[in-house]
Write a protein that binds this ligand. Sequence first.
Ligand code: BDR
Ligand code: CA
Length: 315
Amino acid sequence: MKKIILDCDPGMDDSMAIVMAAKSPDLQLMAVTTVNGNYPVDVTCVNARKTLELLERTDIPVARGLAKPIIRDCPKDPFTHGTDGQAENHLPAPAMPLSELDAVDLMIKIIKENPNEVYIISTAPMSNIALAMIKAPEIKEMIPAIYAISGSFGLNKYAFLNATGDTPQSEWNVYVDPEAADLVYNSGVKLVALGLDVATHFDVDFSDDDLKKMEESDKKEAKFLLNAIHFIRNRGFDAYCTVIDCMAVAYAIDPTLVETMEAHVGVETKDGLTLGMTVIDRRHHFVWEHLPLIQVGCKADCGRFLKLLLELVLK
Ligand code: BDR
Ligand code: CA
């Protein structure tokens, strides 16, 4: 069982990422840490707890993280996850308390108590993770890997076409806190960045049969996803928007689901048209070796991803 911390900003797809992470028999979800991103942190830490209560997993601590990016102000997400941030599911207000430790301190504590065992799944701006690395740099040696929904690398035809809440050149999580992303990309910790190229894909779609299974299921999380799919389709978006962040959790469960390549990648932190862009050096012989070397997702097996996701949602 892989120990993980899920750092997220729920958001409907982050909520589904929590569902997958909490229900997978291959993962031990040590904590859910929340941050400003798709919604202000006050909303994201409520939504994380609502989701765990839905799953009856109040044993998993939820910690509140940064209310804003490390240096910048919060941009407004042009993409909507509904008035509640959960596709109008309007789950009951959570009764479980927040962790007494904030997200940064809880992350540091768990990593130090379990050196080399705790993977971080990042489905949000990297503000919490970056601050944890600033506050306790020694944890960098203790994290086996970070699996992130992060960036866009232009590796398939969908890149830049169907971005959610992004500028023409950057993916939302990097765009919100580019300095945090830059710090994490340069931290020396193994980073697997699954960008919009792989995580937003028209092949991630649900069949009528899938919808029927959710309809007939007695699992509240199946109803949650079903409502989210209707919510998003009614607004003219594609169903994959409901499960973008799930790709990082799926990768943690089964890394064969996404092909990756090693590449030097830099994060643009200067204001302007390309703020938050993840610049990948795809030249045959690496030239920009000064940029950090990371693993970049290039192709997901969308069919197997959906199968895994539905198995976990329905079980
Ligand atoms: C990100 O955008 C959000 O809508 C998702 O939660 C995801 O983390 C992808 O850019
Ligand atoms: Ca997210």
